[in-house]
Each structure stands twice: as C-alpha cells, then as structure tokens.
Design a protein around this ligand. Structure first.
Ligand SMILES: N=NNCCOCCOc1ccc(-c2cn(C[C@@H]3NC[C@@H](O)[C@H]3O)nn2)cc1
Length: 444
C-alpha cells in the first residue's frame, strides 16, 4: 500500500488539541478551563500531570510547524481554546487569545499547510461549568456565540471547521464515568450533556456557514464497532446496546433519525429535548470526522444502565491496553457509508500509544507504531476501494502530549517530546510517514 494508491486529492494530516499541547495556561489572558481544574485536583490524573506547560506549543509553534513541513503533511488539525478567546466563556473577548490563532493560522498557510480547526476539544471555560456546564442548555447557546466570534475572526483563512471533538467523551467520561473533566458521576447529567453538546453543534453549523465563505463543516465522533463475545443472543443484544451507547446515540440524531428508541427505552431517561432541537442537531454537514482507535468486544451483563461488559480479547494491545484491530476500522467505514451516507468521511484521529524510549543511537525505534499505521491505512484503502466516502486521514498525534487522565505517560506522537527539555525528536514512525507521503512525489 502506497500513497499513490489513494486519490491524488486525499488529505494527509496530523492532529493535536489545545489543552494537550499548548501550555501557557495563564498567559496572555487565557482563563481557566475544566481541565485546568480537574488536572490540578489530586488523584484525577496519573502522577498529578496537568497541561500547565504541556509541549509549550504556545511558544514553540513555529518549530512544530517546521516539523509538520518535514513530515510532508498537507493539513493540520488543531483546536481553538475557548478559554483563550472568552476567558469567562461568554462576554469579554481576549484579543491576545485571538492573536495567537491568527499567528498560528498565518504560519501554517505560509508553509502550505491547510488549517483544520476544532472549536471544542474538551476545554470548557470553568465559569460555564460553574453555571451548570454541559448539563445546562445555556452552554449550548454560549458555544454558538463562541463559534460566531472565532469564525468571524479566522473564517477568511480557515475553511475547514469541526464543531466538537468526541462528544461521547465529554458527556460519558466527563459526567457519568467521572474519569475526565469535570469528573461528575451523574447519569442524568451525562444524558443532558450529550443532548446539549449535539444542540451546540447544530446551533453552530449555520453560524459557521454564515461567517465563512466556502466553509466545510463537520463534527468528530470517536466511534467503535461493537462485536459480541459469543453468538449467544444475550451477547449479540449486548453488542447492540454497546453500539447504541457509543455510536448510534450520536450518529442517529446527527443524521436526522432522532435518538435511538432502543436506547431511550433502556435508559428510561429522556434527553432534555425542546422544540425543534432535533431539526437543529440534524443540520446538514459536509463531512463526518471519525476518531478510531480500536473495537469493543462485549458480553451481556446486568450492570445498569448499559447492561454490557467489555471483554478483553486479542493478542496485540497498545500501551492504552486497546486491542490492535484495524479490521474494525474497515467494518466501521463500510457501515457508516451504507447506513448514514455522510457526504465525506475523514479519519480525524488514528494512532497508538507505545512506551517509546530514546535508544543509545538517539533514535526512537517505534516499529510497533509503524506497523499500526501501515495496517490501519491498508484497511482505509480497502474501505475506500469498496465505496466508503473516505477523503482524508489525520494521524494522532503530531507530538507526544498530555493524554488526559493518563497524563504524559502515554505517548501517541510521531514526534517524541522530552518534556523537561522540550526537545523534539522525530520517531521512526514519523520518518515512515514522511517517506510514505513523499512516495507520490518520487513517482509523479
Ligand atoms: N474500552 N474499554 N473502556 C472501558 C471504559 O474505560 C474508561 C476509559 O474510557 C476511555 C475511552 C476512550 C478514551 C479515548 C482517548 N482517546 C484519545 C484522545 N482522543 C481525542 C484526543 O484528545 C486523544 O487524546 N480517544 N478515546 C479514553 C478513555
């Protein structure tokens, strides 16, 4: 499998997010986010890690853009930090926050790299959380105001907009499992949060289109195909419940089907739908972003409210203990193409964490990650050849960074970061990606 097997206009990028790489959390007027609060709460992140400095990208972005250039990507997916733009979430605008993203976008364009901006990648301004957070409908309205402000300032140069990153993580991990910010464990709040996140997306889509000539708007979901642990009908039904929990709860409303009836019945908890919300949420989009890491294998369980249990399977796992299962990406792409018929699909994240170390020769020989990328790209190509509307791929991630509750212990980067010195080193996987992307040049 080589680059020239893919369409010539296929997008090849890398992805990051603001809180995971920027640092400078109190610089130039940035306000606190729920991840500042959560990561500084004892016991919430591995080793008490936080994003105060992270990869110091706020200051080192020129060097990081040079690394993207060396890798040969033609696009870069980053996120805009809401608390840099609106430190209290609404109202007072922080011009120095906007200035940073102006500098970043201009520097990317200067290097011929197309900016893809995610408006929300989990760093909700703490003041909005204090007023109710995503369980409150007001937060959806605040998001639409934020989207209006940012796209009015960057929309002349940024044409690709992702409203939300992984609303499932924000709602479930943040408000029910409690392992992500804000760390609540309240099922009803997680259901209301999921609805207001989707509503926020739907309110923002027309705003972005109004502000950005030629806008391409979408949302990014972390989707996992669910497989039953056995042919037992109870396990097959559990896999369907997992699919509703992880995938259909978001896909169905986004594609005009409303909330899945089986999950509404299972949850017995209605989302806080009002008026035309479901029409708003189903605002037509130009693409669906998919973050794919692994599949889920589940069996039946009486564990309320989801009534499935994960089963650990497979011979090969990443440092996140996720099974390496590229076939799941193929199955997912084919299903989405057939069942939801998005205009386009972009893999907005795919990658793997491994315990990388600097070898005696100074290199980072992450051959498992090279293999992970090769296998997943091969399945992307196969799905594309079988009709999936796949138009691009963003590797997660450009840099080793703050992996949320796992802190800096989990390294996903194509580029190794020695955090004490902030020195960057391209890993073997980065060089592999560079050579893979150069192939078309050599053969054209
Ligand atoms: N499978 N068993 N689960 C059982 C329940 O586990 C509880 C923990 O759940 C999860 C599930 C999913 C994730 C996750 C992380 N990323 C990687 C980020 N994506 C956006 C970008 O910021 C990357 O850093 N994507 N998804 C983490 C934890």
């Amino acid at each position: 499998m080589k680059r020239s097997d893919f369409p010539a206009n296929f997008i090849w990028g890398t992805a990051t997010s603001a809180y995971q790489i920027e640092g400078a959390v109190s610089e130039d007027g940035r306000g606190p986010s729920i991840w500042d609060t959560f990561s500084h709460t004892p016991g919430k992140t591995k080793g008490g890690d936080h994003g105060d400095v992270a990869c110091d990208h706020y200051h080192r972005y020129p060097e990081d853009i040079a690394l993207m250039k060396e890798l040969g990507v033609n696009a870069y997916r980053f996120s805009v930090a809401w608390p840099r733009i609106l430190p209290e979430g609404r109202g007072r605008v922080n011009p120095r926050g906007l200035d940073f993203y102006n500098r970043l976008v201009d520097a990317l364009l200067e290097q011929g790299i197309t900016p893809w901006a995610t408006l929300y990648h989990w760093d909700l301004p703490q003041s909005l959380e204090d007023q109710g957070g995503w369980p409150s409908r007001e937060t959806a309205y605040a998001f639409a105001e934020y989207a209006d402000l940012v796209t009015r300032h960057l929309g002349d140069r940024v044409k690709h907009w992702i409203t939300l990153n992984e609303p499932w993580c924000s709602a479930y991990l943040g408000y029910h499992a409690g392992i992500h910010a804000p760390g609540q464990q309240n099922f009803k709040h997680s259901i209301w949060a999921s609805h207001h996140l989707l509503l926020a997306h739907g309110l923002a889509v027309p705003v972005i289109r109004r502000n950005v000539t030629g806008a391409r708007v979408g949302i990014t979901l972390n989707l996992s195909p669910g497989y039953p642990a056995s042919p037992d009908p109870a396990d097959v039904a559990a896999a369907r419940r997992f699919d509703g929990f992880q995938n259909r709860w978001y896909l169905d409303p986004l594609y005009g089907l409303g909330y899945p009836a089986d999950m509404l019945a299972l949850y017995g908890e209605a989302p806080s739908v009002q008026g035309d919300d479901l029409i708003t949420i189903a605002a037509p989009t130009d693409f669906l972003g998919i973050n794919y890491y692994s599949r889920a294998v589940v069996r039946n369980s009486d564990l309320e409210p989801y009534r499935f249990q994960y089963v650990r399977v497979g011979e090969e796992h990443t440092d996140m203990d996720w099974e390496v299962y590229p076939e799941g990406l193929y199955d997912l792409l084919i299903r989405l193409g057939r069942e939801y018929r998005p205009k386009a699909i972009y893999i907005t994240e795919n990658g793997a964490a491994y315990p990388d170390a600097v070898a005696d020769d100074g290199g980072i020989h992450d051959l498992e990650r090279v293999r992970y990328f090769q296998r997943h790209l091969a399945l992307c190509l196969e799905a594309l050849q079988h009709g999936a509307p796949l138009k691009g791929y963003f590797a997660w991630s450009l840099l080793d960074n703050f992996e949320w509750a796992e802190g800096y212990a989990k390294r996903f980067g194509l580029v190794y970061v020695d955090f004490p010195s902030q020195r960057r080193r391209i890993k073997a996987s980065g060089y592999w990606f560079r050579d893979f992307l150069r192939e078309a040049v050599a053969s054209s």
